[in-house]
Design a protein around this ligand. Structure first.
Ligand code: SF4
Length: 363
């Protein structure tokens, strides 16, 4: 059985679920987790799987947030992107052009046809060099994820500003006093890096220098508590490396599959108990961050109940690297360490417990 056939068996014969920029960005959340890499590589419907095993995912954008995002994006792009052009040019530190060519590449037609049209128009703009700036609304790009071509649609690509292409992302989370929610900012940076990679791949495929696409992404958000847009530059070089590394790992799925038992299935139609048992056969690496980035988080969390690793690596390390919560509590209660390697951790935990008890008594 080749890799493709094996992945189809794991999915239960259903077609693979397609990735998008958000799911590709989420792949980087826990790159060391084999369970996730195999499920995502196979294109398993993880929300359905999580529901089937009794631990439905509890994240995702609310309908309200999606609507708010769409309204803000439409507002920012009004008048052929005149305000957006000013914001982006000013943030890049280049003169604001009197006008820019606006090309709407969005629509409901065939994504492959849109991708071809986007590739033609985005590379056409490379010559001649004295043309005005150009803004491409919702171009269709592509990346190969685990052997499948995935279509990706950034909010906007600006060309000829500062001599390069810039990905522009419009987000509806606010920037208050110059600060945005760090988690949302981090997610936006990874997602934007996915678009930069896709645009660089497009350039390279056309025989152009991929570095014509800047690693600086322009993020446009509402300012303070208003709807007035403000632009920020995000340097996504680190995220580009992380996303590329994870995509390369997904390309080597056969290596990962070699360590997965033959009968492993993630078919959401299978018996829930059998599915849970099957999932347990593939190593996972649960961390609290999974709660925000992987649909299986509640399943994996219950699996690690009682283990210090479930509290995150910093907590586990602070507890002397001891794996079981029960053992940590026993040491804190004064139980002696029989293993000499744990004697120091046991002494520290005893001291910490005594200091906590003293502090509570004083309070
Ligand atoms: S939730 Fe589970 S499968 Fe998903 S990344 Fe975390 S450990 Fe891996």
């Amino acid at each position: 059985m080749d890799t493709e056939q094996r992945l189809a068996v794991i999915r239960g014969g259903v077609p693979p679920k397609r990735h998008n920029a958000r799911t590709i960005a989420a792949l980087t959340g826990n790159p060391g987790c084999t369970r996730r890499a195999v499920l995502d590589g196979a294109g398993v419907d993880k929300p359905a799987l999580a529901e089937r095993v009794g631990f439905p995912a509890r994240f995702g954008q609310s309908r309200f947030a999606i609507t708010r995002g769409n309204v803000f994006e439409a507002q920012v792009k009004a008048d052929g992107g005149a305000e957006l052009l000013r914001l982006v040019a000013e943030r890049l530190g280049v003169p604001v052009p009197a006008a820019a060519r606006w090309t709407n590449l969005g629509g409901d037609d065939d994504p492959a046809a849109r991708a071809r049209r986007s590739a033609t128009l985005l590379t056409e703009v490379l010559s001649p060099a004295d043309e005005p700036a150009a803004l491409f609304d919702h171009p269709m790009l592509g990346l190969v994820v685990a052997g499948q071509r995935v279509h990706l649609e950034p909010d906007l690509v600006a060309a000829r500003l500062g001599g390069r292409f810039h990905v522009v992302e419009v987000k509806s989370f606010p920037v208050i006093d110059g600060q945005a929610d760090p988690a949302k900012l981090a997610a936006a940076a990874v997602q934007s890096a996915v678009y930069v990679l896709a645009l660089r791949d497009l350039m390279a495929a056309g025989g152009h220098d991929p570095h014509l696409v800047s690693h600086e992404v322009v993020l446009v958000c509402p300012r303070d508590f208003s709807n007035a847009p403000v632009a920020h530059l995000l340097d996504v070089r680190r995220q580009l490396l992380v996303v590329r590394r994870q995509l390369d790992r997904m390309d080597r799925l056969d290596t990962l599959l070699a360590g997965v038992p033959d009968g492993f299935t993630a078919d959401p139609a299978a018996d829930p108990a059998a599915l849970a048992g099957s999932l347990a056969q593939v190593p996972a690496r649960y961390a609290p961050d999974c709660l925000a980035s992987c649909e299986l988080a509640y399943f994996c969390r219950q699996e690690t109940r009682g283990q210090t690793g479930a509290l995150g690596r910093p907590v586990r390390e602070a507890l002397g690297g001891i794996a079981e919560v029960a053992e940590v509590l026993a040491f804190a209660a004064g139980e002696p360490a029989t293993d000499p390697d744990r004697a120091e951790a046991a002494a520290l935990l005893r001291t910490a417990a005594r200091l906590r008890a003293d502090a509570l008594a004083t309070a």
